[in-house]
Design a protein around this ligand. Structure first.
Ligand code: FPP
Length: 611
């Protein structure tokens, strides 16, 4: 398969300057980061040029800051100018600078979103003054903000060429632990260089733990304290690599796993060299010798070569329009999705012509969660298969979302499929997935001011559905209208148990410096820390249960149970339930105030629409 940057004939939009730009990026990566260059060879061939472009851009941005030339302010300015030029050029599709030229092509060709790199670029710029982070937690936050955006783009490229991940790796705590391990290994392997240039950024917390180690390091004196510090860091780096790697493995495509194994083996080899170096760690970089590297890379390369030939991969699409364009009606599963920011169509009114009620903005709930119950009963009571109820139920979902947009509801969570729903017949389960897939395929979410989020376990959800959800999540993540949370393969207790595991890992990594954890601290370990509490939980179908939905967030929710079956519901019912809710008085444990509404209004309601 001819590849960009490797003498491939120029097709439409693939002019010779683009090929030259990719070749320049390839050269930069090969010369400045030969190990990473070897690792990028394990990527699927269609995305290798894009990987060179991304890596060369990262190298360039980092290099503008990681230098002794100029003042910190000047270095920051250089990077800001580089970034601004990249932004403008991405809009126009051209650049005179080879690295940016290749990156602009990658952005357009593969649907990469430059916004994803913003945080990283500004965090790299903020590093110009070389201040050391105070604690491991600060260090970790810095590593995360500088690197996650780039790692995310490599993962996105893999997804774009058809290598799907069953989970959102960005949400997986193991990824961040693993990044720590990589970054700390890098710090140890390059200790000599960083000490020489005065750019070493270890947390002061760890330097304080080994008194005198900081000044001994600067004097390049391998004192007992420096030795103890290095041993401590080596152990920490090994632990982070192992923890992150063990958890990550479960989630990976076999091709990505080959890459991960080679990466881990190589970084462990770097740690081995650092460990064996003794005082020499302060004199020269710790890189494995050629034979060790060959032993790691050669088998990985043959395996990757074979595997990528067996797996169907997408070839680079032609460079598309810039990110931020309005969505098409049906973007289709094969299209890389650009971020969509412009809602293209107005919210359609309800067919009855009903208009939203006037709801006092201050009393509008912030977050409504719905347990959409009764699809099956609605269908069987009409002699129809249960699946017919889900088809109609999906139509109700769409109308509810329109109703939520009309009244300006900020968050709507829908219990779409629980972890217990797997006990249903295969036909029913896959029908629900198909119906949801069809709704996504239709593109109505993209056409309106909706930010889609998927909450739940992605491992068992069919890959094509997971891919559609991920694509639309990515495409809509900057939207500010309605946040629509789909709880799919969701279990509330599992979510809490995962948060608990993540907290235990953070504690082991030394990131939780005090034993007490506030509710706010805890929420940081939930899938979406910014998700507000549920104010109103509505369940249709007459049952009065919470069924393991968002246990953390519903703690203070007002409960509304109604008897109508979900397929019979539409936005007017949502408005009714919300209007009822606005008349309730929420006390959060306080005593009733004299001017509060009567106590009866705080009771669970069984209501039906009055229209
Ligand atoms: C519960 O009713 C409903 C579900 C488990 C599935 C809900 C799924 C949809 C409405 C489709 C989702 C589509 C989008 C766009 C989010 P039930 O089958 O348990 O009803 P029953 O209690 O009468 O058996």
């Amino acid at each position: 398969m001819p590849r960009l940057g490797e003498g491939a004939p120029a097709g439409a939009g693939e002019d010779s300057d683009v090929r030259a730009a990719y070749r320049a990026c390839k050269r930069i990566v090969r010369e400045a980061h030969s190990a990473e260059y070897a690792l990028l060879h394990l990527m699927p061939p269609p995305i290798q040029p894009a990987c060179w472009a991304l890596y060369a851009a990262f190298h360039t941005a980092d290099g503008l800051i990681d230098t002794t030339e100029g003042t910190p302010a000047q270095r920051s300015e250089h990077l800001a100018a580089w970034t601004a030029a990249l932004r403008t050029e991405a809009d126009h599709g051209h650049s005179g600078d080879p690295v940016r030229r290749a990156l602009v092509d990658t952005v357009r060709r593969w649907g990469i979103d430059l916004d994803d790199l913003d945080e990283s670029l500004s965090s790299i710029a903020a590093d110009a003054d070389g201040t050391a982070p105070a604690t491991w937690q600060d260090w970790r936050a810095r590593v995360k903000s500088q690197n996650t955006g780039w790692v995310g783009q490599f993962l996105r490229l893999l997804e774009r060429c058809g290598v799907r991940f069953p989970v959102d790796l960005g949400q997986l705590a193991a990824v961040s632990g693993f990044l720590d391990g990589l970054y700390l290994t890098d710090t140890l392997a390059d200790l000599a260089d960083d000490v020489n240039r005065g750019t070493l950024t270890l947390p002061t917390e760890v330097l304080d733990r080994f008194p005198g180690a900081g000044s001994d390091l600067s004097a390049r004196h391998f004192s007992p304290n420096v030795q103890a510090l290095v041993a401590h860091l080596l152990q920490r780096a090994r632990q982070s690599l192992t923890d992150g790697h063990d958890e990550l493995r479960h989630h990976l495509h076999p091709g990505a796993d080959i890459l991960l194994q080679a990466l881990v083996a190589y970084f462990r080899a770097r740690l081995d060299v650092a460990e064996e170096s003794g005082p020499a760690i302060l004199q020269r970089p710790c890189e494995p010798d050629r034979l060790t590297r060959w032993r790691i890379m050669a088998p990985a390369r043959s395996k990757a070569f074979l595997l990528w030939r067996l797996v169907p991969l997408r070839t680079p699409p032609a460079a598309g329009p810039r990110a931020g364009v309005p969505p098409q009606r049906n973007p289709g599963p094969q299209q890389p999705s650009a971020t969509v920011t412009v809602p293209a169509v107005p919210v359609p009114a309800h067919p009855s012509g009903a208009r939203p009620p006037a709801i006092d903005h201050d009393r509008l709930p912030h977050h409504v969660a719905i347990i959409m119950d009764g699809n099956g009963r609605w269908a069987t009571s009409r002699g129809l298969p249960r699946t017919a109820g889900h088809t109609l139920g999906a139509r109700a979902v769409r109308d509810m979302a329109m109703g939520a947009l009309e009244i300006g509801l900020p968050h709507l969570s829908l219990y779409t499929f629980s972890t217990e729903n797997w006990h249903r017949s295969t036909d029913e389960v896959f029908h629900i997935f198909r119906v949801l897939g069809d709704e996504l395929e239709d593109g109505w979410i993209l056409r309106h001011d909706i930010r889609l989020r998927w909450i739940g376990d992605a491992q068992r959800v069919p890959c094509d559905l997971a891919a559609k959800l991920r694509d639309q999540e990515a495409a809509t993540r900057h939207r500010t209208g309605l946040t629509l949370n789909l709880c799919l393969d969701y279990g509330g207790r599992t979510e809490l148990a995962r948060a608990g595991s993540a907290i235990a890992r953070a504690a082991r990594a030394g990131d939780l410096t005090h034993g007490d954890m506030s509710e706010r601290d805890f929420a940081r370990y939930l899938p979406y820390p910014d998700m507000p509490d549920v104010d109103l939980l509505w369940r249709t179908g007459g049952e009065q249960r919470l069924s393991n939905l968002l246990p953390w967030h519903v703690s203070y929710a007002e409960l509304h149970f109604t008897t109508g079956l979900w397929p019979q519901m539409d936005r007017r019912d949502l408005w009714q339930v919300i209007s009822d809710h606005t008349h309730r008085h929420r006390r959060y444990g306080s005593a009733p105030s004299p001017d509060a509404p009567p106590a009866a209004s705080t009771k669970t309601a069984i209501t039906q629409r009055v229209t």
